[in-house]
Design a protein around this ligand. Structure first.
Ligand SMILES: Nc1nc2c(ncn2[C@@H]2O[C@H](COP(=O)(O)OP(=O)(O)OP(=O)(O)O)[C@@H](O)[C@H]2O)c(=O)[nH]1
Ligand SMILES: [Mg+2]
Length: 473
């Protein structure tokens, strides 16, 4: 598939209307398109104010034009940029005009970045970093994306791959000149200790508890509990908007309702769900099934037990950490048995950052924290919400690796490094096998790492990777 002789264009700025809209072009006809629209070429890499004209000479708009000749452009090709007023009709007229020009067509998602990759301007891991940068919603995601698009993962992967290439070269030399090896403990001994050191480094990178991937996805918190516990009210209070319907009727919520929050720079996904109970109609039963399924896959489950009618927590089967909340604490405030005045007893595994409430998996400590315990909160008065937010932030910070810089940010990287580690392990363990076979395992390990940056056979992956980009990137 070679369509790189075609010139592509797309609206690269965001939703319309906007103050300014940026339309980008890349490919051999970019210069001709500039001439067709504005007459005379501007100086390279200098913004020039020009009148953009339709085919019949009528004015589309006045705007800035940038002429960015290759190869020193983002894609390595000739590029141009039109910055016009961000009205939908202006942009529609401009795009229609470009589509009318010969050998110009609308770009596919990620096609600019794909061309940059194919031209060798950036590698695959850096391209993924750019996609993440565009998608980043929080500070921590932005920082991770900037690191990766700036080549942090690429440099490490290349360094590892180069070491394997060197090891293989040493083995080749030994295979080519076996008779000259009169030194006891041949050169390959050095190779194998180097391979073991490299394996240890890769294993360390893999043992990151998936923090980089989780940071891309967000830390998922599922609100569960009996019907009418105040789950939807709490979700709305934390989200500071009416995302979910609240009524006094038990069984109001049936679908899963997601809200994405930026808590202290961390991406947190709150999920409201149907109240758990036995007597329920078909629709509600399905809602309950989905609630349990989602909770089992969450990073944290909140069990909401109403202060005026406590219910024992139902633990997700998967051992996801569970935090008990005593909701509607305003209803019992001032009563003799009210615990909300003081800090509730610390129980469970003690992993709660604030030292209260049952936390961690289904151990006995967590179970001992019965229905009447947990962090008192009230969606009505706002009590306890700051503490709850702080607790979620503390846990998310650990799970997403705040302050750490995990290398791996996608399953693709993890698969590649796992395959590399397997190759190294095979090469190291079969020390009775002929050197040729062990060298072959090293080669496989090096190739696996090479797939991270796209240096080695990744043609099959490109559609998948670049298809996830937005159009105009
Ligand atoms: N006093 C008081 N009432 C609350 C509080 N939170 C919720 N409620 C009330 O409790 C009732 C149920 O609230 P919801 O938020 O719909 O409860 P839910 O857990 O989502 O219920 P389902 O969706 O049916 O499972 C509503 O009448 C709310 O107004 C609170 O903090 N204090
Ligand atoms: Mg609800």
């Amino acid at each position: 598939m070679s369509r790189r002789d075609e010139t592509i264009f797309a609206l690269s700025s965001g939703a319309l209307p906007s103050g300014v809209a940026v339309v980008r072009l890349s490919g051999p006809e970019s210069g001709a398109a500039v001439t067709a629209l504005v007459g005379q070429w501007p100086e390279p890499r200098r913004a020039a104010l020009r009148t953009l004209r339709a085919g019949d000479g009528s004015v589309i708009d006045r705007g800035l034009v940038l002429w960015l000749p290759g190869p020193a452009s983002f894609t390595g090709e000739d590029m141009a940029e039109f910055q016009v007023h961000g009205g939908p009709a202006v942009v529609a007229a401009l795009l229609a005009r470009l589509a009318d020009l010969p050998r110009l067509r609308a770009a596919e998602p990620g096609e600019f970045t794909r061309r940059a990759f194919l031209a060798g301007r950036i590698d695959l891991a850096e391209a993924e970093g750019l996609a993440d940068l565009v998608a980043a919603e929080t500070e921590a995601q932005r920082r991770q994306a900037i690191r990766q698009s700036g080549g942090a993962l690429s440099r490490q992967a290349e360094a590892w791959r180069t070491r394997i290439v060197t090891m293989r070269a040493l083995i080749e030399a030994e295979l080519d000149f076996p008779d000259e090896d009169d030194v006891p403990g041949s050169v390959s001994d050095a190779v194998w200790s180097e391979a073991a050191a490299l394996l240890a480094e890769i294993e360390t990178a893999l043992a990151d508890a998936g923090r980089g991937e989780r940071l891309r996805r967000g830390y998922e918190v599922v609100l569960t509990g009996p019907p009418n516990a105040g789950k939807s009210s709490l979700l709305n209070a934390l989200a500071r908007r009416d995302a979910a319907i609240v009524t006094e009727e038990p069984g109001t919520t049936r679908d899963l309702i997601e809200v994405r929050l930026d808590l202290d720079g961390l991406p947190v996904i709150l999920v409201d769900s149907a109240g758990l109970r036995d007597a329920a109609g078909r629709v509600e039963q399905e809602g309950i099934r989905r609630a349990r399924e989602r909770a089992a896959a969450a990073d944290l489950v909140l069990w909401l037990s109403p202060a005026d009618a406590p219910v024992e927590p139902e633990r997700p089967a998967s051992g996801v950490p569970l935090l008990v909340l005593r909701t509607k604490c305003d209803l019992t405030a001032g009563r003799p048995d009210d615990r909300s005045a003081g800090v509730p007893p610390a129980e469970g595994d003690g992993s709660g950052a604030l030292g209260w409430g049952p936390a961690g998996g289904g151990d006995r400590g967590g179970d001992r924290a019965g229905a009447g315990m947990g962090l008192p909160v009230s969606a009505a008065t706002g009590e306890g919400l700051d503490r709850l937010r702080a607790e979620i932030v503390a846990r998310a910070g650990v799970a997403l690796g705040r302050g750490e810089d995990p290398l791996i940010t996608r399953a693709r990287h993890r698969e590649a490094l796992t395959a590399a580690a397997d190759g190294l392990r095979r090469a190291l363990s079969f020390d009775t096998l002929p050197l040729e076979l062990r060298a072959e395992d090293l080669r496989a390990a090096g190739d696996a790492i090479g797939r991270i940056t796209g240096r080695v056979g990744v043609e099959d992956l490109l559609d998948v990777i670049f298809g996830q980009f937005c159009i105009g990137k």
